[in-house]
Design a protein around this ligand. Structure first.
Ligand SMILES: Cc1cc2nc3c(=O)[nH]c(=O)nc-3n(C[C@H](O)[C@H](O)[C@H](O)COP(=O)(O)OP(=O)(O)OC[C@H]3O[C@@H](n4cnc5c(N)ncnc54)[C@H](O)[C@@H]3O)c2cc1C
Length: 459
C-alpha cells in the first residue's frame, strides 16, 4: 500500500497537490527546500504514531514543521519526504497557576500561549521575536531564546516534560507537572534543541511565572559599540538584572526609529533598549547612573505609549530589515553568536573590524543582555562570490565567538547552515568525541535515519 493510500485508508488529513504543499517547502532561511511527497496534518499523537511507524517501515524521510520560521534551514522540506505539520495540534490542554505549569500541544503559537496566560497574570518567558508565528514544539526543538533571555534564559529552562512520538511510532512521556525530579538521565532535555532529529514532540508541560508588570524601558544612545557593551556588563556586574537588553547598530536603529517614531540624537552609532524591572525605585535610578558613567550620547526614558511602540518595532526589526533588502534584490544571512557579557565590548569591536575587512554590507542587532549578537549579512543569493564571502565571514564570526569563550550558535540552532560551525566548536574545545556521541544518540533514537536527515550533522 503506498503512503497516500495509507493516509486515505486511515482517514489522516494530508495535502499532496503541488500548490497546496508550496507553503511547507521553505522556512525563513535562504535554503530553498524541496517538494515533499505529502504534507500530513495529524490531529493527535496516535495519528503521528501511525504515520511515523509507516514511514519507518518504508524508509521515508520525515520533516516536522511548526511555524516554519527557522533561520537555518532546519524546517525546510526534503525531496520526497513526508512533512508533518503541527498546525492542528493547537490546544492549550491544562493550566495551574498554583502548580506553575501550562500544558500545551506542540502547534500552539507562543503569542497565543502568552495571550491565554496573560489573562491569568502569568507568562511563559521565552520570547523570540518570531513569537507571533513560532510554536511550542519548534521553539523547544531549537532551544529558542529571545528578548527576555537575559532575565529568564532560553527555552531549556522552561520545559518540564514532553510527549514525544519516536521514529518507530512508539509514544513516550517524559517529566510532567512537577518543578523538580531526580530520576537518572534527563530524557526531556535530549529533545530540546534536537531540531526534529530524534522524535516528534506532540505536547509539553511548560513552566510559567507571574508576569512582571512594573518595569521602566529606556533608550541609551552610544557612539562606540564598546561603550554599549561596557554599560550592559556594568549593569549586571553591579547586581542589576535587566528584564531585557537589546541592541541595534545604526541601520537597525533607523528602522526602529522609523517604525516607532522615536528620534535619534545625532552622532549615535549604537542603541541600547533596556528594561529595568521596578521592584524598588532606586534600581532604576542605579541603572541610569551606571549608564551615564560610560558617556552615552543621550538617554531617553520612555512613557507607556513610546515603550510599546519601541517593543513592537524591535520585534518586527528582522522582517522590516528583510523587506528593505528584498527591495534591493538581496536576502539576509544571519549570524547568531554568543559570548559572556564581559567579552561583549571586545567582541563587538572585532566583529565590526571583520565586517570592514570582508567589505560586507551588514547590520548588527541582538539580545545583548545575554551576549547574543546577530550579524545580518545582506547578500545576493544568486551571486556565488557573495555567498562564498558570507560563508567565510560566518566561519570567522564563529572564531571570534569561540576565542571569547562563547558559542557559534546562540539560539537559531544548526539546521543545514551551521553544520561546519558545530564541528568547529567541538574541535575548538578539543572534543571531537562530542559529535560521535551525538551520532550514537541519533542512531539509538532513529536507526533508519528518517527524522530530518542531513540537518545538524551528516551521519
Ligand atoms: C522574524 C524572525 C525573528 C526571529 N527571532 C528569533 C528570536 O528572537 N529568538 C530565537 O531563538 N529565534 C528567533 N527566530 C528563529 C525561529 O523563530 C526559531 O528558531 C523558532 O524556535 C522556530 O519555531 P517554529 O515553530 O517556527 O519552528 P520550525 O521552523 O517549524 O522548526 C524548527 C525546527 O524544529 C523542528 N520541529 C518543529 N516542531 C517540532 C515538533 N513538534 N517536534 C519535533 N521537532 C519539531 C523542525 O523540524 C525544525 O528542525 C526568528 C525567526 C524569524 C523569522
Amino acid at each position: 500500500m503506498d503512503l497516500i493510500e495509507f493516509f486515505e485508508r486511515k482517514n489522516i488529513n494530508f495535502l499532496s497537490k503541488r500548490e497546496e504543499m508550496i507553503p511547507y517547502v521553505k522556512d525563513a532561511s535562504y535554503f530553498p527546500g524541496s517538494l515533499p511527497r505529502a504534507v500530513v496534518l495529524p490531529k493527535d499523537e496516535n495519528e503521528i504514531s501511525e504515520v511515523l511507524s509507516k514511514c519507518n517501515e518504508e524508509n521515508v524521510k520525515v520533516v516536522t514543521r511548526g511555524g516554519g520560521t527557522s533561520l537555518t534551514g532546519s524546517s525546510a522540506s526534503i525531496q520526497d519526504s513526508i512533512v508533518i505539520s503541527t498546525l492542528r495540534l493547537n490546544k492549550i490542554l491544562d493550566f495551574s497557576g498554583g502548580d506553575r505549569y501550562v500544558h500545551a500541544q506542540a502547534g500552539v503559537r507562543i503569542d497565543d500561549l502568552n495571550g491565554f496566560l496573560q489573562s491569568k497574570g502569568f507568562v511563559y518567558p521565552p520570547d523570540p521575536a518570531s513569537s507571533l508565528a513560532s510554536t511550542v514544539g519548534g521553539t523547544i526543538s531549537t532551544n529558542a531564546g529571545g528578548l527576555r533571555g537575559t532575565y529568564y534564559g532560553s527555552t531549556k529552562e522552561w520545559v518540564l516534560g514532553l510527549g514525544v512520538v519516536l521514529a518507530d511510532g512508539k509514544i513516550i512521556k517524559t517529566g510532567g507537572k512537577v518543578l523538580k525530579r531526580s530520576i537518572g538521565y534527563d530524557l526531556t532535555s535530549i529533545f530540546i534543541g534536537a531540531e526534529g532529529t530524534l522524535g516528534i514532540i506532540y505536547d509539553a508541560y511548560l513552566k510559567i511565572v507571574p508576569k512582571i508588570e512594573r518595569f521602566q524601558r529606556l533608550l541609551a544612545f552610544f557612539n562606540k559599540p564598546e561603550d554599549l557593551g561596557k554599560a550592559v556588563f556594568q549593569l549586571k556586574d553591579r547586581g542589576l538584572n535587566p528584564l531585557g537588553a537589546e541592541f541595534a547598530d545604526k541601520i537597525s536603529m533607523n528602522i526602529i526609529s522609523r517604525i516607532s517614531g522615536i528620534s535619534i540624537p545625532s552622532g549615535s552609532e549604537m542603541l541600547l533598549i533596556l528594561d529595568i524591572p521596578i521592584q524598588e525605585v532606586n534600581e532604576y535610578e542605579k541603572a541610569l547612573s551606571i549608564i551615564k558613567e560610560v558617556n552615552p550620547i543621550d538617554v531617553k526614558i520612555l512613557n507607556q505609549t513610546e515603550s510599546e511602540l519601541v517593543y513592537k518595532a524591535r520585534k518586527g526589526l528582522y522582517s522590516a530589515l528583510l523587506n528593505e533588502r528584498e527591495r534591493e534584490g538581496e536576502f539576509i544571512i544571519i549570524g547568531d553568536v554568543v559570548v559572556p557579557s564581559s567579552e561583549v565590548p571586545e567582541s563587538l569591536k572585532e566583529i565590526q573590524e571583520l565586517i570592514k575587512r570582508f567589505g560586507l554590507k551588514t547590520s548588527l542587532f541582538g539580545h545583548i543582555g545575554d551576549g547574543n549578537i546577530h550579524a545580518n549579512i545582506f547578500t545576493n543569493l544568486n551571486s556565488k562570490e557573495e555567498m562564498e564571502k558570507a560563508e567565510k565571514f560566518l566561519e570567522e564570526l564563529g572564531d571570534v565567538a569561540l576565542a571569547h569563550h562563547g558559542s557559534v550558535s546562540a539560539e537559531h540552532g544548526i539546521g543545514y547552515e551551521k553544520k561546519n560551525l558545530l564541528m568547529k566548536e567541538f574541535m575548538y574545545k578539543n572534543s571531537p568525541t562530542n559529535l560521535d556521541l551525538m551520532k550514537s544518540i541519533k542512531r539509538i533514537f532513529d536507526p533508519n535515519n528518517i527524522l530530518n536527515p542531513g540537518k545538524v550533522f551528516d551521519l
